[in-house]
Design a protein around this ligand. Structure first.
Ligand code: IPD
Ligand code: CA
Ligand code: CA
Ligand code: CA
Length: 263
């Protein structure tokens, strides 16, 4: 497998898709909901996923594709090469804000993350990494992350996990929120992962993410020494939904051992 060739191919495909998304603002966008009224999807999410799939199937016929909108393959095992794609991560932002969304792509070989990409489309910010070769923000190599104490950390956390909910004890999380320097919630798991990897925030957590939300970002995070696990401290599930915590090394341990109590 020539990963250098695949890397170049994937980067240009993502840039082309980003251009299509920017152009979509000049046409009308159809909005539907999926599991509930706030779980939004548009014709653009679907078109962009189909664009990727047609190209990948044409040019890499032996590879399989897992895409959020379901146009790819049904993936029940991670053998061979699997492209894990979220055509628009942050659809709510795409619709309401026309910014703060990303294309997220991870390319895995037998379950190992080989290439990872997060493209913040409206800012033209590209985060990318290849296994063992470091991570980049555009053309700039990202430094290895150093620990930050919780008191100095900015944590990406959605307010719904701090309020009483059925998945996690909210009191310890509320304590964490009071102890840390500040919190942010950007509404795109991929962008939040990219921000942890580039040191813009120090940790990000979610109680429910899917493989396409994290596949690209995990390759990038790993290359800068961030720790990405589920909230039990294990490798996040790439065949279904899971909890998620990514952070600088010591901070990951602090949050996991002291502030996370799953119900
Ligand atoms: C969502 C975003 C959001 C996260 C949700 C995801 P989507 O992805 O990443 O930040 O909190 O859990 O489902 O549906 O916009 O691709
Ligand atoms: Ca979605
Ligand atoms: Ca997503
Ligand atoms: Ca999506």
């Amino acid at each position: 497998m020539n990963w250098g060739t695949i890397d170049k191919y994937a980067k240009s495909l993502i840039k082309e898709a980003g251009h299509k998304i920017r152009m979509s603002f000049f046409s009308s966008i159809d909005i539907d909901s999926k599991a509930d009224a706030n779980d939004l999807v548009t014709n653009i999410d679907r078109q962009i996923e189909q664009f990727f799939i047609q190209r990948i199937q044409r040019d890499f016929p032996g590879h399989r594709i897992l895409g959020e909108e379901g146009f790819g393959d049904e993936i029940t095992a991670l053998d061979g090469v699997v492209w894990m794609l979220d055509p628009i991560d942050g659809t709510m932002n795409f619709i309401h804000q026309k910014r703060n969304f990303a294309i997220s792509l991870g390319i895995y070989a037998d379950g190992i993350g080989m290439l990872g990409y997060i493209y913040d489309v409206m800012n033209d910010d590209f985060y990318h990494a290849a296994l063992g070769e470091g991570a980049y923000y555009n053309d700039e190599k990202l430094p290895i992350l150093e620990n930050t104490p919780l008191e100095n950390a900015i944590i990406g956390v959605n307010a719904s996990w701090v309020a009483p909910n059925r998945r996690i004890e909210n009191e310890p999380i509320a304590k964490m929120v009071h102890t840390c320097r500040g919190t942010r919630s950007y509404g795109s798991a991929a962008i939040e992962l990219a921000y942890v990897s580039s040191g813009r925030i120090d940790a990000y957590m979610s109680l429910r993410l899917s493989p396409w939300d994290i596949a690209g970002g995990m390759v990038i995070a790993q290359e800068v020494g961030a720790i990405a696990t589920n909230m039990l401290g294990d490798k996040p599930e790439l065949l279904g939904q899971d909890t998620f915590l990514v952070a600088k090394p010591g901070l990951h341990e602090t949050i996991l051992s002291n502030y996370i109590r799953l119900k």
